[in-house]
Design a protein around this ligand. Structure first.
Ligand SMILES: [Zn+2]
Ligand SMILES: [Zn+2]
Length: 338
């Protein structure tokens, strides 16, 4: 197999040939068809997340086909298309796992971070954490669902999506702000608009291309992140890794409103006056995903008719894809094709 490998933090990935591994009991070998490039990959490569496996094959938005079944794998067939997400393993016995919060497991493994991922022609995965992807559409166009879509969905639920166990049943975020209009927001905006929400998209100041893009996907308004929207928001989700957006988003939400931080890493949040938090506004973070989130999200995608905008790169161009994401040169999502 071939893989783009991170051998040390803050270095370029290197193309390496390796023997194709055989799946252990409970695992499958996946022949990778496409692997999305997520902002978390940047944080891993840039050394902003602690203790990655090294050397590491990044990538946790894997779409591929089952090539080999390990022993004791049930419910999957060779040749079947499956997705491999960020959550690669959980212990099943810690208090979080036992209370339906496996996203907070004490001893998890994460694809493309603490186990090898999908910037490769092949990848091993624990079969219990993979999802069949029967919907007939292009492999590359599905890849961003595996993290950008899932984390966006979990963030949206935390923001109080109607009937989805949000923080206040019935207090749905009719006016929803999305800060940072990248891969996650471009998927979530379509679902929220389909559900009848008024979506307000906040981008870098003067990024008119991103603002036009957001409006084309259902946003009723788009502007710079330092601008106030034309109405107070019920909730806001911050996808950009910029801590300075937290007080800005708090300023934009109404009494009782919620600000959800959807990223795994963010620059420091500057101090801000208490009055921005006063009146029962709250700030929460979203960590990882559960398998239940994935099933729910993958079920709603075809109903909402979600389209993805992807830029394809050959596997060998992974460093270029990461650079384009880092520099904000992408619209939608980058996807590697081995
Ligand atoms: Zn656990
Ligand atoms: Zn991700």
């Amino acid at each position: 197999m071939r893989a783009m490998v991170l051998e040390k933090s803050r270095a370029l990935l290197l193309m390496r040939e390796r023997p194709t591994p055989a799946p252990a009991a409970g695992e499958i070998l996946v022949e990778v068809a496409a692997c999305g490039v997520c902002r978390t990959d940047l944080h891993v490569v840039d050394g902003e997340l602690p203790n990655p496996k090294l050397p590491l094959i990044p990538g946790h938005e894997i779409v591929g086909r089952v090539a080999v079944l390990g022993a004791e794998v049930a419910g999957l067939a060779v040749g079947e298309r499956i997705g491999v997400p960020w959550l690669g393993y959980t212990c099943g016995v810690c208090s979080y796992c036992r209370s339906g919060r496996e996203n907070l497991c004490d001893r998890p493994l994460f694809t493309g971070y603490t186990r090898d991922g999908g910037y490769a022609t092949h990848a091993l995965a624990d079969a219990r954490y993979c999802f069949p992807l029967p919907e007939r559409r292009d492999d590359a166009e599905i890849a961003p669902f595996l993290c950008a879509g899932l984390i966006g969905w979990r963030s949206y639920r935390m923001a109080g999506a109607r009937g989805q166990g949000g923080y206040a049943e019935g207090a749905s975020p009719d006016a929803l702000g999305l800060y940072g209009f990248g891969a996650a927001a471009h998927i979530l905006a379509q679902i929220a608009a389909w559900q009848g929400r008024r979506v307000y998209a906040f981008t870098r100041r003067d990024d008119t291309a991103a603002q036009v893009f957001a409006k084309s996907l259902g946003a009723v308004w788009a502007g710079g992140s330092d601008e106030m929207p034309p109405e107070s928001l019920d909730a806001a989700i911050i996808f950009a890794p910029v801590g300075a957006l937290v007080p800005l988003a708090l300023k934009a939400v109404k009494k009782g409103g919620r600000v959800v931080c959807g990223g795994i890493h963010m620059s420091d949040i500057p101090s801000f006056p208490y009055r921005l938090l006063w009146e029962e506004r709250d700030v929460v973070s979203v960590a990882n995903l559960t398998r239940a989130d994935a099933r729910e999200f993958l079920d709603i995608v075809p109903q909402a008719g979600v389209k993805t905008e992807v830029t394809r790169y050959p596997l060998a161009a992974a460093n270029g894809a990461l650079a384009d994401l880092r520099e904000g040169r992408l619209q939608g999502a980058a996807v590697l094709i081995p």
